[in-house]
Design a binder for this molecule. Sequence first.
Ligand code: SF4
Ligand code: SF4
Length: 756
Amino acid sequence: MLKVHSRCDLSCDHCYVYQHVDQTWRGRPARMPPATVQAAARRIAAHAHAHGLPVVHVVLHGGEPLLLGAAGLREVLAELRTTITPVTRLDLRMQTNGVLLDEELCRLFVEYDVRVGVSFDGDRAANDRHRVFAHGGSSHDQVRRALALLRRPEHRASYAGILCTIDVRNDPDRVYEALLAESPPRVDLLLPHATWDHPPQRPGPTPYADWLGRIHRRWVDDGRPMSIRMFEALRPGGGGTEAFGLAPADVLVIEADGSWEQVDSLKTAYHGAAGTGFDVFDHSVDEVARHPGVAVRQDGVDGLCATCRSCPVVDRCGGGLYAHRWRTGSGFDNPSVYCADLLRLIDTVDAYPPPPAPVSGEWSATSPVDEVLDDLATGHGSASTLAVLAATQLSITRALLAACRDRSGTTAAWELLVHLDQAAPEAVRVVLAHPFVRPALVHRLDPSAPSGLGAAVDPLPALAIAAALRAGVPAAMTVPVRADTITLPTLGSLVLPGLGESAEVTVRPGEVQIRGGSVARTVRLDPLASPSTGWLPTRDVPVPGGRLLLEDGDPYRDCYGQPVEPRLEVPAARALGRTLGQAWQVVHRDVPAHAAALDGGLRAVVPLAPDPARPLRSATARHAFGAVAVTPHPDPETMAVLLVHEWQHAKLGAVLDLYDLVEPGQEGRIRVPWRPDPRPPEGVLQGVYAHLAVTQVWQSRAATDQRDASAHAAHFLAWTRDGVDALLASRSLTAVGERFVGQLRHALEETRVGSR
Ligand code: SF4
Ligand code: SF4
């Protein structure tokens, strides 16, 4: 946190900087001098380099950072970008009261990719209670104008959210509605800073929990229409924040005079509480991190008082904000002064069902989409980001499913799916998440789309039967038949000559009874069944993320525009499974960050038919998230590169379902080094994203001196760099697309630095 300006144009009476016990601001320069900015940037860059940090977050803070003016801020931002960006990804943020925000500043923040949080306490009465000028006048109109500027489409990428300090005298419904009206990507609700020496106003045993509980109920009833970090952080597994949870503290403050300080909120404890005695001119981040006040906050539960250590919700509360534990005499060795409220608030949060988890439910409007995009712009993306992408894909599949219901002549399959979704949601989720369900639904909705499959059949009955089998729930259904075959996604295919056009299928534990055409028999769904039984189970191999399906039976795997292999003979299936398992290990060895993304989402591999003219091929289909198609190449090292390359396309395809990264209607073509013909912008974007990952694989192999790896790395690096530059110069990207590709550029620089 960089205190670029230590004075403020507002005079809020709840401000911990000026109105609480610490008064160190009085001895500091109003603005951070350029030499201090430079020293701070160098310290941050050196620390990121020494520890190989993939990302550093820098928040411009104050006082009021906008008092630097556009020119002063540009100097600071340029210094930070120039010094830190060549070393690591720099996530730039700002916290402001918004009063001085104007269009010029918004453009500057978009240009430098700064995400801006605005302090705003809610409706006019709430905001004016504290957030006023020195003459007592309201700041409400100015702040709302600032929020309106950030909401504009051209600035929206720089809108991080709202920070709202609670006052229990305010009407929680009005505050909630005022916040919601500003469409913030995220809201941070802050408990007012207080300590055991200076306790908060307390008109009742748990007034803060009661007030927050009211907002929580409105928020849940409204379908959680915005992210409210406090509520999300307090759920089991919510991840915590600076104020909650047991994660090690990872914030340091650089004051306007270059002093290193601990978190700002400590200013509420006692004069000089945040001080360390270190400064950016003479001391590194590592030296500051060894300061006892910082080190104790790396100790998780061991750094808490005895009461908190034995608390049943300590993993979620974490003793509350560090500053709120202060009491003269016992220091910070106390529970939070908000302990009773925190306990009750956690009860409140627990009283409501959780939002659908990304891996098992619908896409939620509260999911942090911008963070997802930023994470993927590192070149890979974390497992949690992959879970969000999978959830968005599942949400699309569910929407298509509902559209297909309306085309269905009968409601039986839909009703069974709805029943199972309540009784056995995981079974339905697994079936609907199968990569070839969406192609089947799309084909059903648009049978005119080119396909070798001919007339579309209703996919809902087979989906319902597959889900019932997975759930172990007895069911019966008329199921359409195609070419004597009923395919049950994720499970396998029933192939029974003479079945006719439809069959009555009855589900029993471990078997199905089938009547159709000239067939009437019971088939055991044995994973080792002989093909003569009519049951061809989908085979799979264990991989670190779960089980990977060898999908050589689903008819909708034919969506790659390339011939696919028919069902593999047993030896060929075993050989492919072995190669894929080994390739997965190679990905873990070479590029663990990509391996995490692979573990988090790749669920099926489709074997492509051999083509002597092009022995090494691979493919991804936009509608079939979770699967890639490959020629069954026997070398795991080669297969690893194919998997990483194609998985990049799959991830980016899922992103393109969420965002327009390319301006719609772009007809221009871009020349790229990897193709002889000029490519459309989206094709170039796909190319650079895949090549960035392949570059990273070869970089890693070059580091262990594998033969020819350096040459391959240099080759893919040059391709990727040229592609990114051509894309950025083409002016074909949306603002979000430019931001994304700009971040890819940073990731590429990181790759380049790593290669030296
Ligand atoms: S705007 Fe922020 S820094 Fe300024 S007085 Fe208010 S709380 Fe303090
Ligand atoms: S502050 Fe209270 S609720 Fe939080 S961990 Fe400590 S004892 Fe538990």
